[in-house]
Every structure is written in C-alpha cells, then in structure tokens.
Design a protein around this ligand. Structure first.
Ligand SMILES: *Cc1c(COP(=O)(O)O)cnc(C)c1O
Length: 405
C-alpha cells in the first residue's frame, strides 16, 4: 500500500474526470424558472428544465404557495409519524388517490427518497429486484441498498427480463422501471412487464417522474397511457417537481403496499415531512391540470411536433421519442460539450448529458420541450442546433439512439 494524502487523492480523481470530458459546472440561475432565464447573468432560452407545463413559476401557483405559507408557516416540524403529518399532506394524498384511481397515496420528500424506500422496503433478503438497465440513478441506488438480490435487464427488453426471472431463484419479485426514460424520452413496455410480474406473482413499480402530468388520460401518466392504474400489484411513483412545478413525490398503490412503506420505509420514517405549503401548492397544480388538461396537452404536444418536424427537415439526429425529452445523440463527450457551449453563445441553455448519467460514448444534448415555449423559440432553437452541430469538429454524424440499446 502506498499511502497518499487525501488532497492528492481527490485531486487525482478530479483530474481523471476532467480528462474524460466529464467535469461539471453549475450555472447560477438569477431568475424564476421559465422558458427565458437569466443564467450566469445572461438571458437564455431554456430547453433544459423538466418544467414541462410551465408551472414552476406560474402566478396562480405562486399565489397558492404564498397563501399556504401564510396559513401554515414554513416548516412541518417533524417526520410524518411524529407530528409532521398535517392536513395539506393528507388532503393531497386523498386528491391524488382519487384522481389516479389508487387505494392509497403516500407523500415522500422527493423522488430519490421514494425510490430508495420502494427498493429497500418492498424487497428483502431472498427476493429479486429486477430493473431496466437505463433506470434512473435513484432506482439503481435503491437496488444496491436493498438486501434483495439486484439484477438488471437490457433496456426495454421483455425477453431478457423474462429470462432473468426464469433463471433466478427468489421468494418474491419486484420489477422496477422508469415509465418515461429520463435521458432517452422513450416509454417502457409497461403492459408486457405487467404480464411478466403477474406470471411470477410479483410487484411492478413504475417511476413516472417524466410521465406524470405529461402522458395518459388527463395527464395521469404512463400507466394510464397503457390503460392501467396503480392498483393490485402495480405501484406508481410520481414526482411533484417536474410537470407539477413544485417539489416532492408520492407513491400510489394498493393499501397493503402503501402501509408497508409507512411501517418499514426508512426514507419515509426518518425524515422531516415536507413543509405544508408544498403539498398545498401541489394540490393547486392538480386543480389546474384537472381544469385545463386539454389546453396544456395541446400546447405541449404541438411544441413537440413542431420541434421534431423542423429538426427532421434539417436532418438532425433525432430519436423515436414522442415525449418532451428529445435527445440529440452526439456520442463523444468533448464534442457534445463543445456543441452545448456554442449553443450557449447563441443564447440557448441545453443540458449536455455525459457519462456517468448516460453510457460512455453516448453523450447527448438533452433537449426538453415545454408547453411554455413559443413557436419562435422552437424554430430558433432548431436553427441554432443545426448550425452548432454541423460546424462542430467531425461533422454531424451522431450515434443513433437504437445503436445504444
Ligand atoms: C427526477 C427523477 C427522480 C428524482 O425525483 P426528485 O423528486 O427530483 O428527487 C426519480 N426518478 C426519475 C426517473 C427522475 O427523473
């Protein structure tokens, strides 16, 4: 063993990250979240946030938040099981349960913690957690943290998922998938996965961070998109910080499953409840969605179609995604960064997503379309993308999404 100082050790690791083109910097946003934001003191058109419906700075919701804070104060004071479970938490749980057709809904501080609780509480020693290889990092971490055996199957590959179940021995099965994949925007084969868990008497959990408020009947999400509900052996995790424009998350499902999370979910039990103004504001988001779903849906989907139509007309490397997440796969990490820097110079904020968030050599521009973008902004973006990609070193060739799967 050669002993090295902690500083030398950390700096060496950091140099390695830099050498691989994976160094990340935060931009300081000096305005509310909107399609136009001030980033590092410049106005930029924002195509990188998950604010799919433009709710994050909607005046009706800001007012709801202010009113709720006046009434309820700023903090919940304790965890749900001590004395932090207040009426706004309870009200939102009931409203979501009714809307989604679930027996019960449980609020969590955020999606990351909900996913850790699902994986550690619904699967134990001797059980199998089976996950799509491209699931969100929080689910992967949940799988690692759980006492259950943890395996992954090839992205959206039902046959491989089936084989992995058939060749494993386990007491019970927890199959977990993103509903809409966060970096690719494609939708999981949920009906096929449901058949698989039925066959093995297991549970299917769908992380719908990107489908909730976006897909399905009235925006109810990916399950609804497939004609399913969070009931019986199907569980849904939804987040409130993306389409809903607020913060927090929930699990919806069967009474027995939800009660199990309350009794055994360490990420539920040992943390302070959300400030009560948060669920109160999310209730207002739900009300907005219920009252004008068709309007939001039309605005969002017309924008997605406009983007795809214009981008394909110019021959940009689109994937098959029909959701707001429209990745442009570039491949090389350095090249992807260079293109996103050029886009910044043109006034567009777009995430350059690299390893370890996505596989090495599959770096991409993660273009995210929102209902709040204007036609002009989208047309200008496509032109800027075209110019930046075509003038980048090595030309416009990207790896297609299909080659990565
Ligand atoms: C954002 C996200 C999460 C985490 O949710 P937070 O509420 O932000 O912690 C979980 N899963 C997926 C697929 C996500 O995109």
């Amino acid at each position: 063993m050669v002993r090295v100082s902690w500083r030398e050790d950390l700096l060496r690791q950091q140099q390695h990250i830099k050498d691989e083109g994976r160094w990340r910097k935060r931009k300081m946003i000096g305005s509310a979240q909107h399609s136009l934001v001030v980033a590092d003191d410049c106005w930029l058109t924002n195509f990188s946030s998950n604010d799919y419906l433009g709710f994050a700075s909607h005046p009706i919701l800001s007012l709801a938040a202010t009113n709720a804070q006046d009434k309820w104060g700023t903090g919940a004071g304790a965890s749900h099981l001590v004395c932090g479970h207040q009426s706004p938490h309870e009200a939102l749980e009931s409203e979501l349960a009714e809307w989604l057709g679930a027996q019960r809904v449980l609020l969590f501080s955020n999606g990351y913690m909900a996913n850790l609780a699902i994986c550690t509480s619904l699967a134990d020693k001797g059980d199998l957690i089976l996950q799509d290889r491209l699931n969100h990092a929080s689910l992967i971490d949940g799988g690692r943290l759980s006492a259950a055996d943890f395996k992954r199957y090839k992205h959206c590959d039902l046959e491989h998922a089936d084989t992995r179940c058939s060749l494993s021995s386990f007491n019970s099965l927890l199959l977990v998938t993103d509903g809409v994949f966060s970096m690719d925007g494609d939708v999981a084969p949920i009906s096929g996965l449901k058949n698989l868990v039925d066959e093995f008497q297991g549970i299917l959990c769908v992380d719908d961070a990107h489908g909730f408020g976006v897909l399905g009947d009235q925006g109810r999400g990916s399950l609804s998109h497939h004609g399913l509900k969070p009931e019986g052996n199907v569980v849904m995790m939804g987040t409130l910080g993306k389409a809903f424009g607020v913060y927090g998350a929930f699990v919806a499902g069967d009474e027995v499953i939800v009660e199990h999370l309350i009794q055994t979910g360490r990420n539920y039990i040992y943390t302070t409840a959300l400030p009560p103004s948060i669920p109160a504001t999310a209730s207002a988001s739900l009300k907005m969605i219920k009252s004008n779903w068709l309007g939001f849906k039309r605005a969002l989907h017309e924008n997605i179609e406009l983007f795809r139509g214009e981008a394909s007309r110019l021959g940009l490397p689109l994937t098959d995604s029909l959701t707001p997440i429209q990745p442009i796969i570039i491949g090389d990490e350095h090249k992807c960064l260079a293109i996103s820097d050029r886009l910044l110079d043109c006034g567009f904020l777009i995430g350059a997503i690299r390893y370890p968030t996505v596989a090495k050599g599959s770096a991409r521009l993660r273009v995210v379309i929102s209902a709040s973008h204007t036609e002009f902004q989208i047309r200008a973006l496509v032109n800027a993308l075209n110019d930046s990609i075509k003038s980048s070193v090595g030309g416009s060739e990207g790896v297609s999404g299909a080659e990565l799967k």
